[in-house]
Design a protein around this ligand. Sequence first.
Ligand SMILES: [Zn+2]
Length: 113
Amino acid sequence: MSLDIFELIWELSQDSQIRQNAGEVAAARDGVDSAREEIRDLRTCVFRLTRTCQVLCNVLTEKLGIPADELKSALVKEMNLEAVRQMQTCPSCGHTFHPNRTKCLYCGYAPER
Ligand SMILES: [Zn+2]
């Protein structure tokens, strides 16, 4: 059997297209990997900032006697932070945590979902 010239051109054209698509897929995967890495880093930053804020609020409450509800109200009022408004008190240890978290940062209490 022999390929005629048109089949040969078609085959070469398809081969070229497949290689080009494979390159684009590889580039897209690299982009996704890079975005995932950036999201992971940002989550780590948010986690640390959240933890820092929680520790500072607890220090203000424990050392200076400022009630947690007062701190919460001030943060909501001054910063209009919806996330702060949603903060809940852990039923296990009494520290505050955001309901989006799967567990309390202090004691590991996991609210039912
Ligand atoms: Zn707790």
